[in-house]
Design a protein. Structure first.
Length: 441
């Protein structure tokens, strides 16, 4: 039955050959966030559905079409998180994090769920690294958050990515903008998709990111929000641009960026790549000055971003960003006979305790087959312990690449046969470790 051997559509297994790349990205994002003073927060995979309706917005595609919503056995409406910001805000309000010294800086690495049509870079379960900075109103905060994303990409040696920024104003300037949008789209009312006909009155900005081809075409001639910014939003945007330039962060202004979630105000931004197909937005974010209050928290502003790790990895692979090599197997200790096998296992334990990746036989293979396996592991060194080695304490270590060998003498002189194993475990490996460490065969 294929259903048992094929994962659900839009999900992806991350196999051992790939996990090293993920760990690299996770390490760099975490370390950079730490440098910028962000502390990690972990929060549930599911929340009350109402949280997303209120924050992401009930006229967005995410809420209207893409959420994994179900009733639990207690008849509560539950939703798998389609994004992280709502859960972080809920948690920060619930646990009083917003009374801490400001700004509160939080980061997260999470899986998210959206019922979208899968394609390259678009999955139904995907992963985000995100940061939220709460309580800092000034454009300096926007610039710092954006500069941090830039720093992450620099550290990952990501090329082929560019920053686009925009301002979508605040409730004050938006009222006039909404009117202009209603006038523009109203003239094409009959051509709009059914969802957009409904959105036209409630939330006309949502028409700007509708995925239906006809709505997209009509959206092309729509007025842009930058022409409607109030004094405060306009000076905020000017100062952000000044700061980014001063920090050496290259950007272009793209007045068509509106973002697909309802909570944004003022600054919005996206890091985009033209080289990974239609889903080129690797990172998206912006300011959300009314959200915390709207969810029942204090009057406090926020700004943040999230980057999609699947898309990030696609760009990294496409642009040839380097990934660290997996930790190689330093030494394979083969053995011939029972006693030698126990000895090899002891030495391997000791080597691992010293931080070396070491392996020995667990399959009862012949020496020849053990060496073949050592080759497959790409072990850097190998040695075989047999009766002679047990008696003399001399082990011949071979460089698997060059074939060169060197003798390592384990000082067994003081030990009697009975305690040989324990001697090796506690002492012998130190000499082997030293030898392996210093070996330049
Ligand atoms: P978003 O733009 O909806 O923003 O998602 C952020 C990123 O997640 C996208 O740029 C993309 O890389 C990735 N992403 C979204 N949907 C998918 C998908 N179906 N498959 C693969 N990757 C995807 C947010 O989620 C906001 N919470 C960001 C934010 C944080 N704004 C302020 N703070």
């Amino acid at each position: 039955m294929a259903i048992l051997t094929k994962g659900p559509r839009g999900t992806q297994d991350i196999l051992p050959g790939e996990t090293g790349k993920w760990q690299h990205v996770e390490r760099v994002t975490r370390e950079t966030a730490e440098l910028f003073g962000f502390r990690e927060i972990r929060f549930p995979t599911f929340e009350h559905t109402e949280l997303f309706n209120r924050s992401v917005g009930d006229t967005t595609d995410v809420v209207q079409k893409e959420m994994y919503t179900f009733r639990d056995k207690g008849d509560r409406s539950i939703t798998l998180r389609p994004e992280g910001t709502a859960g972080v805000m809920r948690s920060a309000i619930e646990h009083g994090l917003l009374t801490e010294a400001l700004p509160v800086k939080l980061s997260y690495l999470i899986s998210c769920f959206r019922y979208e049509k899968p394609q390259a870079g678009r999955l139904r379960e995907f992963h985000q690294f995100g940061c939220e900075m709460l309580g800092a109103d000034s454009p300096a905060a926007d610039a710092e958050v954006i500069a941090m994303v830039n720093e992450i990409f620099k550290r990952l040696e990501l090329k082929e990515i560019s920053l686009e920024i925009n301002s979508i104003g605040c409730p004050v300037c938006r009222a006039k903008y909404h009117e202009a949008l209603r006038a523009h789209f109203g003239a094409h009312r009959e051509e709009l998709c059914d969802t957009c006909k409904d959105r036209l009155e409630k939330n006309p900005m949502r028409l700007l990111d509708c995925k239906s081809p006809i709505c997209r075409e009509i959206a092309k001639g729509a007025p842009t929000v930058l022409d409607f910014l109030c004094e405060d939003c306009s000076s905020h945007f000017e100062e952000l641009k000044r700061r980014l330039t001063a920090m050496g962060v290259a950007y272009t202004v793209n007045p068509t960026i509106v973002r697909g979630l309802d909570y944004y105000t003022k600054t919005v931004f996206e890091f985009v790549s033209g080289n990974i197909g239609a889903q080129g937005t690797v990172c998206g974010g912006g300011r959300y000055d009314g959200l915390i209050e709207q969810l029942g928290g204090p009057k406090m502003t926020g700004i943040g971003f999230a980057m999609g790790l699947e898309r990030l990895l696609l760009v990294m692979e496409h642009s040839g960003s380097p990934f660290p090599e997996p930790v190689p197997c330093k030494i394979y200790l083969g053995s011939m006979g029972d006693e030698a096998a126990v000895c090899a296992a002891s030495l391997v334990s000791g080597l691992r305790a010293e931080g070396f990746r070491a392996e020995c036989d667990l399959m009862g293979r012949s020496v020849k087959a053990q060496m073949k396996y050592a080759d497959k592991l790409r072990a850097q060194y190998s040695a075989v312990i047999g009766d002679n080695e047990l008696a003399s304490g001399v082990i011949k270590v071979k460089n698997m690449l060059t074939g060169d060998t060197a003798q390592v003498k384990l000082s067994l002189d003081d030990s009697d046969d009975d305690s040989l194993m324990s001697y090796l475990y506690h002492t012998g490996f130190a000499e082997l470790t030293e030898a392996v460490e210093g070996m330049e065969l």
